[in-house]
Design a protein around this ligand. Structure first.
Ligand SMILES: *[C@@H]1O[C@H](CO)[C@@H](O)[C@H](O)[C@H]1NC(C)=O
Ligand SMILES: *[C@@H]1O[C@H](CO)[C@@H](O)[C@H](O)[C@H]1NC(C)=O
Length: 301
């Protein structure tokens, strides 16, 4: 693979067709024009008053949603360069995700364990998911958008009960208990794009596989394990065709697994520091972006 560019700043990444968005500890959101020869950094937005933890592209026009330590989520019109909405929370907002079928809805998870579904049209919370959880580390909708999975930090509490929970969105109730009984936190959960399973990046230094139907059983015979997590918020994700699973690693490499067999197919050294996020380009399947713990953003072809 060839490195196309090396940029600075950014912890979370997401592509649209030609633009890459990154969220940074320096309180900014950067929009990168990956394909432009000189002007790579297309826009910088400084609407947050504290570090930004997550950024997601909306499926509706050129908008990004971001969230962070200033206890808010913000919707930004990238073309006009303005913030169009603020969603105030009572906690640091660590993760946000748009509903797959209705881009007016998004889910947020925060430092006090709060999980909320917001409606952009009204600016209000439509559903809340309560269970006395620790800080939310990640959320992910099912493909049909009727359920979601949350992962929370269990280091302070009831380990085996609450780390990974599957929720019914409209009934606001958990559909699962004790899906993951190991004493590790999971900084990332992802559904396979069409096969009936989801994965969780575990601090036990492997990616665990779970059935996507009740009782959401852990696959005891298969896991993805060559990379290292070691306490870093290391993310992973499937390729668009579902054939590959790519993961960051605390050793600074990017790991590519065969999704089905769980065999490691490729390992690529990217950084001296931990590699914490990776994103596949939505159209060009041979392009990926990654970022390191100290904020280097890179794009590889
Ligand atoms: C953990 O949860 C179980 C079952 O809900 C409960 O019996 C136990 O007291 C809890 N432990 C702690 C430390 O909260
Ligand atoms: C994960 O990958 C899928 C398909 O490759 C993509 O649609 C999705 O946006 C990615 N998730 C995140 C959080 O980047």
């Amino acid at each position: 693979m060839q490195k196309l560019l090396m940029l600075f700043i950014g912890h979370q990444l997401m592509f649209t067709a030609h633009l890459l968005a990154s969220a940074g500890m320096d309180q900014t959101i950067c929009i990168w024009n990956v394909w432009s020869r000189d002007q790579k950094k297309a826009r910088v937005f400084s609407f947050h008053n504290a570090a930004v933890k997550d950024v997601k592209w909306s499926q509706q026009g050129l908008f990004v949603l971001s969230c962070g330590y200033d206890c808010s989520s913000r919707l930004i019109d990238v073309e006009k360069g303005i913030e169009t909405q603020t969603f105030k929370d009572n906690q640091v907002v660590g993760v946000i995700k748009f509903h797959p079928d209705n881009s007016n809805l998004f889910l947020s998870g925060g430092s006090k364990g709060g999980l909320r579904l917001w409606d952009v049209r009204t600016g209000q919370v439509v559903h809340e998911y309560i269970r006395g959880l620790g800080p939310i580390l990640d959320v992910e909708f099912t493909i049909d958008g009727k359920q979601f999975v949350s992962s929370s930090d269990v280091s302070g509490g009831n380990v085996s009960e609450n780390s990974i929970i599957v929720w019914d969105i409209s009934r606001q109730v958990p559909l699962s208990n004790q899906v993951y009984a190991e004493a590790y936190t999971c900084p990332c959960v992802r559904y396979h794009p069409f096969d009936p399973y989801f994965v969780a990046q575990s601090n036990g230094n492997y990616i665990a596989i779970f059935s996507s139907s009740p009782p959401f059983k852990l696959d005891k015979y298969k896991r993805y394990e060559s990379h290292r997590v070691s306490g870093f918020p290391v993310k992973c994700n499937f390729s668009l065709d579902g054939e590959k699973l790519v993961s960051g690693s605390s050793d600074g490499s990017i790991y590519f697994y065969n999704s089905q067999s769980s065999v490691l197919v490729k390992k690529m050294k990217a950084y001296e520091q931990a590699c914490i996020d990776v994103a596949f380009h939505p159209i060009l399947s041979n392009v990926i972006a990654s970022c390191s713990w100290n904020g280097d953003v890179s794009v590889f072809e």
